[in-house]
Each structure stands twice: as C-alpha cells, then as structure tokens.
Design a protein around this ligand. Structure first.
Ligand code: PMP
Length: 362
C-alpha cells in the first residue's frame, strides 16, 4: 500500500499522474515505445516538450518576453549559472534566510563580489528580515532570494524592495504552489523534484533581455552553462531529461484540470492550517518559525529534546508516515506537505501526533 510521504524532495506526486504514467509506460500514445526510450529529436517528444512549456506558461501566465528553460544539474547548478550569466559588473546582493540561500551565497562568491544585504542568521533563520530599505550598491547586477527555505521552513510574504535591480528567486520548494506574478522577477527557477516531477531537472524562467550570448560571457563559462545555449536550442542543445520533462508536463496538465494555481493555493492554505493549528495548541510540539513567515510547504517542528524527537520520528514511521525526520542541520521533525499531499494526509498525521502526545508518559 502507498503511505503518506512527507519527504522534502524527491517527494509525493499526484496519484492520478502516476496512474496515467503507468498506463502509458509501455506504449506512449501509440508510439510503440516508452517515453524513456524515445529520441528527443522525435516528433512525439517535440510535442511533449512543447506542450509542457505551453502548459507551464498558461499556469503561471508567463509573459512572452520570458524564456522557459529545462536544464539539468538541479537547482544547485543554478547557484553557479546565475552569477556566471547575470553578473555583468561582478556584483550581486543576496538575502540570507536559511540553508539554501546560504549555499547560493557561497557559490556566488566564487564569481564576484557578493553583498549579503540582510540576514536572519541571528535567530537561526526563524524569520525573513525586513527588506524594505536594503543597502544595494548602484552597480549591483541583481538581488537574490530563496523564496521558500526548504530546511528552515520560512517563506517570503512580501518581495524585497530591490531599488530597481532585478530580482532572482529560488522557488524550488514552492514552485506552482500559488499564483506568481512573473514580471516582478528577472528570473525564477526551481528544481522540479518537490512540487512538480522526478528529480534531475530545474526549470528557469528568465527575462529575455537578461540572456547574454555565450560569446559575451567569460571564455571559461562552459557552453552548457550559458542560458543562451538553452534558449537558442529549445532546451535541447544536448539530450535533455526527457522523462522528467514528460512527467512534469503531466503534472502541469493535472494542475490545469483542477483549476490552476488559485485552487492549488487555497488547498495548500487549508492543509497547512491543519498542521499549524495543531502545533499552536500542542504542549509537546512546537513550530520553529515566526508565525508571519511560516511556509505552506515545509513545516519544521521540535519537542523538548532530541531523544523525544527521535522517538516521535520512529513512531510515525511505524504508523505509516514516512520522512518526518528534520534535516540534519536543524534536527527535530519536518513535515513537507507539497501540492500533491492530500489534506487527509495532514489530518491523519495530526491525529497520530495528538494521540502520541495524549498517551505520552515521561
Ligand atoms: N534550493 C532549494 C530551496 C532546495 O530545497 C534545494 C533542494 N532541496 C535546492 C535548492 C538544491 O536543489 P537540487 O538538489 O535540485 O540541486
């Protein structure tokens, strides 16, 4: 039987998508082969990638002057590709809100002058700092944020005032969880293995005028790492992750069927409320993030001790709730409740944790 999977990524996918993928596994739409076996240069695959892009454009209302790129190397490669491509003056501003923005900062430092213009490190990343009046140098090429910190469970409610500089956002763990006004950003990107599809790919949505030709970039930038390489070749300069593109495309169609991102957002709000209401009244479990900045996707929480945390993790696992152990850097527990997690899954977890608390004897 399938169980409730609270993994931070790779993570749960909609069952109806998995079923459709299964039904088409051996013979995709009469092609006589599986998508995994298909040439990326075939007409059948071209249709798959074209539809995936169009469906994503429809879902997010992506303006025509933005390119949609399917790239390998995960979100991690973007930590390097962003400075490689977008640093013209060699200067960028980063906001430090948790483990993933920190990784991006450390990588960007290899390529230029990085200003950490705000940080919430002082309270172990339990909030998003005030970014209404940042000290942004005139020659900064961009301002970078991680819009939902997967490990620390904090999310931005209001985008920073970038003082006219372009905003670059890592949306990996919140991609397609709610409507997004793409034109507020120069670039949005995210690894797909949380809200969208199988691991091994990142989707980059980049404003066209920010994409410099490979010939304008430093010679040491690998051909693969120039956005223009992907933009000029329909994301097929080399063999793409065909399987991931296919399954992501199926998820886009699913999201359109249920009514799009407004509907998904409402479901996510209702679902997260079940968990947060529980944490707010519990005497055993405590959320670690300031209320105002709580993520709808990743919910870290702790008990009074690491021993009890471990006991709870073991008990949940035995009861059919998997992957609730917090990330090793913060400990405790974490429930990742991405788009595909049904509300019933969160309700079942809350019932279990309530009973655990009620029956617990020191
Ligand atoms: N950014 C965020 C917010 C993430 O959660 C992750 C992965 N958990 C990454 C970047 C890195 O992604 P990948 O493993 O796809 O390189």
């Amino acid at each position: 039987d399938r169980i409730y999977n609270f993994s931070a990524g790779p993570s749960i996918l909609p069952e109806e998508v998995l079923e459709s993928v299964r039904d088409n596994l051996m013979n995709y739409e009469g092609s006589g082969m599986c998508v995994m076996e298909m040439s990326h240069r075939s007409k059948v695959f071209q249709k798959i990638i074209d539809e995936a892009e169009q469906d994503l454009r429809d879902l997010m209302n992506i303006p025509d002057n933005y390119k949609v790129l399917f790239i390998q190397g995960g979100a991690t490669l973007q930590f390097a590709m962003i400075p490689m491509n977008l640093m013209k003056n060699g200067v960028a501003c980063y906001v430090e809100t948790g483990a993933w923005s920190k990784k991006a900062i450390n990588e960007a430092k290899k390529y230029g002058d990085v200003h950490v213009v705000a940080s919430s490190k002082d309270r172990n990343y339990a909030y998003v700092p005030d970014c209404s009046n940042l000290d942004i140098p005139d020659n900064a090429d961009y301002v970078y944020i991680c819009e939902n910190e997967t490990i620390h469970g904090v999310t931005w409610q209001k985008l920073p005032n970038t003082k006219g500089k372009i905003l670059v956002s890592d949306q990996s763990s919140m991609f397609l969880s709610k409507p997004c006004n793409v034109s507020d950003y120069g670039m949005i990107y995210g690894g797909v293995q949380k809200n969208i599809g199988p691991a091994g790919m990142v989707i980059c949505i980049v404003r066209e005028d920010l994409i410099r030709d490979a010939s304008e970039l430093p010679v040491w930038v690998p051909t693969y790492c120039a956005y223009s390489t992907h933009a000029n070749n329909g994301s097929m300069y080399n063999t793409p992750n065909c399987w991931s593109i296919y399954v992501c495309g199926q998820v886009f169609k699913y999201l359109k069927r249920i009514g799009g991102l407004e509907v998904m957002n409402q479901r996510n709000i209702d679902k997260a409320k079940v968990m947060y209401d529980f944490l707010d009244q519990s005497k055993m479990f405590n959320g670690t993030v300031d209320k105002e900045f709580r993520s709808l996707m990743n919910i870290p929480f702790v008990t009074e001790s690491a021993e009890l945390d471990a006991e709870v993790v073991a008990a949940t696992k035995a009861a059919g709730f998997d992957n609730l152990k917090g990330h090793k850097s913060v400990g405790g527990l974490r429930a990742s409740i991405y788009n595909a997690m049904p509300k019933e899954g969160v309700e079942a977890l809350v019932r279990f944790l309530s009973e655990f608390e009620a029956n617990y004897k020191k």
